[in-house]
Design a binder for this molecule. Structure first.
Ligand code: TXA
Ligand code: MG
Length: 323
């Protein structure tokens, strides 16, 4: 029986209840947020192919920036329909999926994962969770589910449904309860999109376990980020220059508007000035305007309120001098 709830607090229902899972799958397909248990931590889930749903993840977490999110799928076949299987990826999937392991792979042509989910990158992060109930939910949802940990930004990752309710109870449609998470730590993230495997985030699957399957695995160097803002492999930046807070349009520029300030804009992040809609469109819009003939993308001012801060963070990185 569902736990009684006030209108402000999402119901908490057992993940093992098929009706609760069916309702969760329906909500996810409708673009709503659903928190669900995995073996690592509780995830804040949304349809990874729906950029508006994914924008709501960032809004719910109060995240100050858009980092790429992991898409969760029920099996390796679903993963390799989205990201390019390499021989190394197939060996790793056979050894550690389902389980607390995420692979970063090159996007396959036609991959439906939203650009916001991958923060504009040509790669996608994919994971087949160890939790059977989570996989059942993913199979029912029938689409990849983006899910960072179900906590507000800067807080610890939740490992019980009660933690999730405290953090995000007023911001999700439903919380599925699977009891305490057995691993309690986020998945290992390994990047298999380049020439050599790189460990991006340590987790329950150890470097030694990875190396037993893959051979030598490099460690990502934390200092990489500072050397060239916007150019780190995990951050997308357009080829064209980016000019911020633009109120005029100069020769050779494309104009990316916010709030319909100009009649001659190429695109508008949100004509009504809604920061969640603007977030949903940010990466796809930059990609659209990033054409060889375009010298620079001029971007209208975006107010800092709500997701505006994360939008401006990414635009500033894109506009920063390149090394
Ligand atoms: O255990 C977990 O993985 C949990 C549960 C809910 O499954 N999820 C989770 O998701 O931690 P998230 O989205 O917060 O993890 C994102 C991590 C970050 O370290 C991010 O940089 C990396 O994955 N990542 C995602 N996509 C990437 C990409 N295309 N390239 C490089 N790193 C990527
Ligand atoms: Mg987290």
């Amino acid at each position: 029986m569902p736990v009684p709830s006030t209108p402000e607090t999402a119901p908490i229902r057992p993940v093992d209840d098929p009706q609760a899972r069916a309702e969760a799958a329906r909500l996810l397909r409708a673009g709503r947020l659903v928190a669900f248990p995995t073996e690592t931590v509780y995830g804040l889930g949304a349809d990874a192919t729906d950029e508006n749903a994914v924008a709501r993840i960032f809004a719910a977490k109060d995240r100050p920036r858009f980092n790429p999110l992991i898409s969760h799928v029920p099996d390796a076949m679903s993963a390799f329909a989205l990201g390019e299987a390499t021989p190394a990826a197939e060996r790793l999937a056979a050894a550690h999926w389902p389980g607390p392991l995420t692979m970063v792979l090159r996007r396959r042509p036609g991959c439906p994962i939203a650009w916001l989910t991958s923060a504009g990158l040509e790669t996608v992060a994919l994971r087949v969770p160890g939790s059977a109930a989570a996989r059942a939910l993913l199979a029912e949802a029938g689409r990849p589910i983006a899910a960072p940990s179900a906590n507000r930004s800067g807080r610890v990752s939740p490992t019980t449904a009660a933690h999730v309710a405290e953090e995000l109870g007023d911001r999700v449609a439903l919380i599925l309860d699977g009891g305490p998470c057995p691993v309690g730590l986020e998945s290992t993230v390994v990047d298999l999109s380049g020439a050599r495997p790189r460990l991006l985030r340590p987790g329950a699957v150890t470097r030694e376990q990875l190396e037993a399957v893959l051979g030598p695995v490099e460690l990502a160097v934390a200092g990489d980020a500072i050397a060239a803002p916007g150019m780190l492999a995990s951050h997308y930046a357009p080829q064209a220059a980016v000019r911020l807070n633009a109120t005029d349009r100069r020769p050779g520029e494309a104009f990316l508007d916010f709030g319909a300030t100009r009649g001659d804009a190429d695109l508008d992040l949100s004509r009504s000035g809604d920061p969640v809609e603007a977030a949903a469109r940010l990466f796809a819009s930059l990609r659209d305007l990033d054409r060889p003939r375009i010298a620079a993308i001029a971007v209208a001012p975006v107010p800092e309120a709500g997701l505006g801060a994360a939008i401006n963070d990414r635009l500033r990185r894109a506009a920063a001098p390149r090394g």
